[in-house]
Design a protein around this ligand. Structure first.
Ligand SMILES: Nc1ncnc2c1ncn2[C@@H]1O[C@H](COP(=O)(O)OP(=O)(O)OP(=O)(O)O)[C@@H](O)[C@H]1O
Ligand SMILES: O=P(O)(O)OC[C@H]1O[C@H](OP(=O)(O)OP(=O)(O)O)[C@H](O)[C@@H]1O
Ligand SMILES: [Mg+2]
Length: 304
């Protein structure tokens, strides 16, 4: 690290971001939505934030839970799977589920192996990048089925799905999202160890100054706002006053909908936040209830 950087890091809040891979682009979007301004110099994994007393530390997603848990950085973004694999659940607090990087950690076997239950893998060989979680899972399984020999867990850093085809393993434990990689390798899932998504985590170690604790809070709540803005839309409509009670049940909002009078005494205008995933159904129901001029507005940011 340059002398300039190390001299300027002192006293700053440190925020860990995955340096590449699946979560990277989404993290940059979040930082931009939270107005965390920085310029990442080529190949440099630490950079100062221009508009806050903060620095970003770009790290492998797998290392972030330990850095946060041990208090080397104050907070960070990584996968729930990484927190569990690093056995850091007790040392970090999950602040926000971020809704991306969704996947499952599954035990997979070759379709042609005829294996249908994990019990059949006891005493055999399993290849994975999740040696802690897989080790714990198969350790318990070996005990439960009284396996003569322990299941062998072997670590590989990536391309785990190739292991069975190469004759290196009887089964694997790896992440599945669309299932495309698994199917292409002729594998099928027989058990799910956990489901995961990206999360904002913070260290359970105390923060040295009130200013820094406040900054962590502020940036976290900005990120929560960006995430909420992606989940919700604003739904505005007009409805006859006599039907407003029914309409309000359809769009209860987060706290309560805003109901405003219109020039026409028989009618009111309603404005309410609605989950994006439910908006089509909500619009159908509002229309049946007599609502007109139903407008749905995307949110670019919000604070909830
Ligand atoms: N296919 C996927 N779909 C959704 N989320 C995923 C997927 N693969 C991984 N993730 C999530 O992203 C996190 C980081 O995985 P990623 O693959 O980006 O890291 P990596 O394997 O260290 O990097 P790379 O694959 O570039 O070598 C995982 O811990 C998991 O939470
Ligand atoms: O179900 P899918 O949508 O196919 O995604 C699953 C794949 O994604 C991840 O691999 P990645 O691309 O990160 O490569 P890696 O194995 O080198 O980490 C994961 O390890 C699986 O291989
Ligand atoms: Mg990967």
């Amino acid at each position: 690290m340059s002398d300039f950087l190390s001299a300027n890091l002192a006293g700053r809040v440190l925020f860990a971001i995955p340096k590449k891979g699946r979560l990277y682009e989404k993290c940059l979007e979040l930082l931009s939505g939270a107005d965390v301004q920085f310029t990442r110099s080529h190949r440099l994994d630490v950079c100062l934030v221009r508009n806050h007393n903060m620095a970003l530390v770009f790290l492998p997603a797998a290392d972030i839970p330990r850095f946060v848990g041990e208090g080397n950085v104050h907070f960070g973004i990584t996968g729930q799977d990484m927190v569990a694999e690093a056995a850091m659940n007790e040392l970090v607090t999950e602040v926000i589920e971020l809704g991306f990087g969704k996947c499952k950690l599954q035990v997979q076997v070759p379709v042609r192996s005829g294996i249908t239950s994990v019990d059949q893998l006891a005493g055999k060989k399993v290849v994975t990048s999740f040696e802690v979680l897989a080790g714990r899972y198969f350790g318990e399984l070996d005990t439960r089925v009284g396996a003569k020999e322990n299941t062998v867990i072997e670590y590989v850093g990536g391309s785990v799905e190739a292991a069975c085809a190469l004759g290196l393993a009887d089964g694997i434990v790896d992440l599945v999202e669309s299932g495309e990689t698994m199917r292409a390798a002729g594998l099928t899932p027989i058990e799910t160890l956990l489901t995961s998504q990206a999360v904002l985590i913070r260290s359970n170690k105390p923060v040295s100054s009130t200013e820094n604790a406040e900054l962590i809070e502020r940036v976290s709540s900005r990120i929560a706002g960006v995430i909420a803005a992606g989940k919700y839309v604003l739904c505005n409509y007009n409805i006859p006053r006599k039907a407003v009670d029914e309409a309000v049940k359809i769009t209860p909002g987060r706290r309560a909908p805003t109901v405003s009078p219109l020039d026409d005494k028989e009618w009111v205008a309603v404005s309410s936040m609605v989950l994006k995933a439910e908006i089509a159904d909500v619009m159908d129901r509002l229309q049946s209830a007599g609502a007109t001029d139903i407008l749905v507005v995307a949110l670019s940011n919000c604070r909830v």
